[in-house]
Design a protein around this ligand. Structure first.
Ligand code: NDP
Length: 294
C-alpha cells in the first residue's frame, strides 16, 4: 500500500493566504499593518537567500518588511543596539535575526534580547520555557515544528496516545517538536546521535518526525507498517542528471518508506514550505496582540 501524501506546498499556501487575510482584516479594523524586521549580519549567501524569501513573503501578504543589514564585523553591542531599537518600534511586531551569526557574536544573548512578544521565531528562552511547562502558553513557537503540527492537523489523525519518535534534539527543530507532540498528548521518545538501538525505537512508533540532516538515513525496515512519517530533513545529494548537479532528499528513504507508511511528507514540498508560512502567521498574530494591547 502506498502512503497518502501530506501536501506541504498546498497547506503552506493556505496558511500564507490565511495570514494575508488576517493582515488585511487587521488593517481594515485598526489601521495597523503587521511589520516584520529582518536582521542579517554578514554576507553568508544562504542566509541572504532565506532572508530574501521571508521579505518577499511579507510583501505578498500585506505585511510590512523592514530589512537591516549589518557588516560581518558588527560588534555584539551594535547588534544589541539594533535589536533594542526594533523592540522599541511600535510598527515592528516581529523581529527575526537570521542565524547563524558570525562566530564572534553571542547568538543566545541576541535571541534573548528580542522582546518575547516580538519573538516570532519562537527561540527566546522565555517562550521555550513556557512551551515546556504544562498549562502555560508561549507567545510563539519555533516555526518549523509549529508547521509540522499544522501538517498533522490536516491529516485529521488523533495525535493523543500515539507513540511518537522525534529523531534529533536541536533547539530549533527536535526539542520544540518533542514538546509540541507531548502537549498534544503523544508519548514521545527523543532519539539523537548517542541513542542505542535507534531502529528498535523507530519500529515501535506510530509517528516519526525525522530531523537529523542525514540523507535517507531512515529506511523502510526501521518503520512500523501504517506509521505516519514527517521528514524535516533537507539534504543535498550529488545528481549529475540535474541542471544544478544535486537534488534534495530528506532524512527518510521516501520511495521505500511510502510503501510502509500510512501518511508521509515528501521532500521537497513537505515541511519545508511551512516554516515561512508559520513565520507569516506568527507575525500577524503579534500585530493582532499589539492591537489588542494584550
Ligand atoms: P542539527 O544539526 O542542529 O541537529 C541534528 C540533530 O540530529 C542532533 O540532535 C543530532 O544529535 C541528531 N543526529 C545527527 N545524526 C544522527 C544520527 N545518525 N542518528 C540519530 N540522531 C542524529 O540540525 P537541525 O535540527 O537544525 O536540522 C535537522 C534537519 O532539518 C536538517 O536537514 C535541516 O536542513 C532540516 N531543517 C529543515 C527546516 C525546514 O524544513 N524549513 C528548518 C530547519 C531544519 P546530537 O544532539 O546528539 O548531536
Amino acid at each position: 500500500m502506498s502512503a497518502r501524501l501530506i501536501d506541504g506546498k498546498r497547506i503552506a499556501l493556505e496558511t500564507r493566504l490565511a495570514a494575508g487575510r488576517a493582515a488585511a482584516e487587521l488593517l481594515a479594523r485598526t489601521g495597523i499593518v503587521p511589520g516584520l524586521a529582518t536582521v542579517l549580519v554578514g554576507e553568508d549567501p544562504a542566509s541572504a537567500v532565506y532572508v530574501g524569501s521571508k521579505e518577499r513573503a511579507c510583501k505578498e501578504l500585506g505585511i510590512a518588511s523592514f530589512g537591516f543589514r549589518l557588516p560581518a564585523s558588527a560588534s555584539q553591542a551594535e547588534l544589541e543596539a539594533q535589536v533594542d531599537a526594533l523592540n522599541a518600534r511600535p510598527d515592528v511586531h516581529g523581529i527575526l535575526v537570521q542565524m547563524p551569526l558570525p562566530e564572534h557574536l553571542d547568538s543566545d544573548a541576541i535571541i534573548d534580547r528580542i522582546h518575547p512578544r516580538k519573538d516570532v521565531d519562537g527561540f527566546n528562552t522565555l517562550n521555550v520555557g513556557l512551551l515546556a511547562q504544562r498549562g502555560r502558553k508561549p507567545d510563539f513557537v519555533a516555526c518549523t515544528p509549529a508547521g509540522v503540527m499544522v501538517l498533522l492537523e490536516h491529516t485529521g489523525l488523533t495525535i493523543a496516545g500515539m507513540d511518537a519518535v522525534v529523531l534529533g534534539r536541536s533547539n530549533i527543530v527536535g526539542l520544540p517538536m518533542a514538546m509540541l507532540l507531548q502537549r498534544a498528548d503523544a508519548t514521545v521518545t527523543v532519539c539523537h546521535s548517542r541513542t542505542r538501538h535507534l531502529a528498535d525505537h523507530l519500529r515501535r512508533a506510530d509517528l516519526v518526525v525525522a530531523a537529523i540532516g542525514r540523507p535517507e538515513y531512515v529506511r523502510a525496515d526501521m518503520l512500523k507498517p501504517g506509521v505516519v512519517v514527517v521528514d524535516v530533513g533537507i539534504n543535498r545529494v550529488p545528481d549529475p542528471t540535474t541542471n544544478k548537479g544535486y537534488r534534495l532528499v530528506g532524512d527518510v528513504d521516501f520511495a521505500a518508506a511510502r510503501e510502509v507508511a500510512s501518511w508521509i511528507t515528501p521532500v521537497p514540498g513537505g515541511v519545508g514550505p511551512m516554516t515561512i508560512a508559520m513565520l507569516m502567521r506568527q507575525t500577524v498574530q503579534a500585530a493582532e496582540r499589539a492591537a489588542r494591547g494584550s
